[in-house]
Design a protein. Structure first.
Length: 403
């Protein structure tokens, strides 16, 4: 349904008690948001507890500047080498944060204050003020059906930085402090410094018309000839992960917002100098303690004078990385003729992660422990464990009729 555009002829001033009259089916007029809400709606809205969403009226479009330079060289017939520098820069990217977040640096009567003091609750703000930067060296080797082999190898050496990888998904969709989004500038959720992917399709040289067994009988050719193998080998750096914690209600600065995709704060702990972030110790449970708990401390709740302390730690966003990822997938297939000329049968064998390499998943990001005064150590006691892996070796077989 298309709503009418507010004009001087269809705006109601003052706003009626109800937009749609009792017993009616159509609005009596069109009201703009700045005129307020009908009385029936206002009675169901509690501004002290309800979370609203705000898009600033001066919002500007996001844009990305992309640039690249590449050099291609043909090494031989059907063989190509491509070397390229690729970069892009995102500007005025949209992200979500709490536009009315409690500010720990401004206290009134022993409590954090809000920038909009006349509005008592959180406000989800869609802010176009985030930014990103990506640089990469990309090398591609391509060989197209040379001696029955088609090969593609792609290598990427890159670095991706931003302060908002995604608004509605990802590892860290909202900042720690809405008043300091620059402090969230760090490696992107999808930052993979090194990645090498090789894919190939090879017609095995056996059977009629091939290098070996070209004069074989029909039975031998049916069993050994015409096989094709394909493979994908992936080697890449591990995935970045965040390290966070949950403050208590006294120092939580967004009490009404619970979801990060609506701007809830991504609280981070403090860093202990000289301690490595990764520990990687196998536990009796079979899980792996991947994050070094001794490398962090949890921000205190109150100081010695019982004053509230800021819940924001000095740890960077996405400070850790999982182990490198390795996986090889292979498929073997062959088409068989049948007595019916128009009917063929294709047999296919597929093996995913054929070497059964254990690829660890992300560790738990939330650290837990006692939140007390800064005179205590405040070391986390839980969190940072890897409890799952990517898929192990999987084998499957299939038959396909082609007619």
């Amino acid at each position: 349904m298309t709503q009418p555009t507010p004009t001087s002829s269809n705006r109601c001033n003052p706003l009626p008690a109800q937009i749609i009259p009792v017993g009616g089916t159509t609005p009596s007029c069109f009201a703009t948001v700045d005129q307020g809400y009908p009385s029936g709606l206002v009675t169901t809205f509690n501004k002290a507890t309800d979370n609203i969403t705000w898009v600033p009226k001066d919002t500007r479009d996001s844009y990305v500047q992309s640039y690249f330079i590449s050099v291609q060289q043909q090494l031989a017939k059907n063989t190509l080498l491509d070397i390229a520098y690729v970069g892009n820069r995102g500007i005025k990217l949209q992200g979500f944060l709490n536009g009315n977040q409690l500010n720990p640096s401004v206290m009134t009567a022993g409590k954090f204050t809000r920038p909009y003091g006349n509005w008592p609750s959180d406000i989800t703000e869609a802010l176009n003020a985030f930014y990103s930067h990506y640089d990469a060296l990309q090398v591609r080797y391509e060989q197209r059906f040379v001696s029955g082999l088609t090969l593609l190898n792609s290598f990427t050496w890159s670095h991706s930085l931003d302060n908002a990888s995604a608004s509605l998904e990802g590892n860290s969709p909202s900042p720690q402090d809405a008043n300091n989004i620059a402090a969230d500038y760090g490696q992107s959720d999808y930052n993979l410094p090194v990645a090498n992917i090789t894919s190939l399709v090879y017609d095995l040289p056996f059977g009629h018309g091939q290098r070996f067994l070209s004069s074989s009988n029909a039975f031998t050719n049916t069993v050994l000839g015409g096989w094709q193998i394909s493979a994908i080998n992936t080697m890449q750096a591990g995935t970045p992960f965040k390290v966070g914690y949950t403050p208590n209600s006294a120092t939580a600065v967004s009490p009404q917002i619970s979801a990060t995709y609506r701007g809830a704060n991504e609280y981070r702990p403090n860093v202990v100098a000289g301690q490595p972030i990764i520990k990687k110790t196998k536990l009796a449970s079979g899980f792996i303690q991947y994050t070094n708990l001794a490398a962090f401390t949890l921000p205190g709740t109150r100081d010695a004078n019982n004053n509230l302390l800021s819940p924001f730690g000095n740890a960077s966003r996405n400070p850790g990385r999982t182990p490198a990822f390795y996986q090889t997938d292979i498929a073997l297939n062959k088409k068989f003729n049948t007595p019916l000329e128009s009917l063929k049968v294709e047999f296919r064998t597929e093996a995913y992660n054929i070497f059964n390499h254990t690829n660890l998943y992300l560790p738990g990001s939330g650290l837990g422990g006692t939140l007390s005064t800064p005179t205590a150590l405040n070391s986390p006691t839980t969190g940072g464990q890897i409890t799952s892996t990517f898929e192990p070796r999987i084998l499957q077989f299939g038959l396909k009729l082609i007619y």
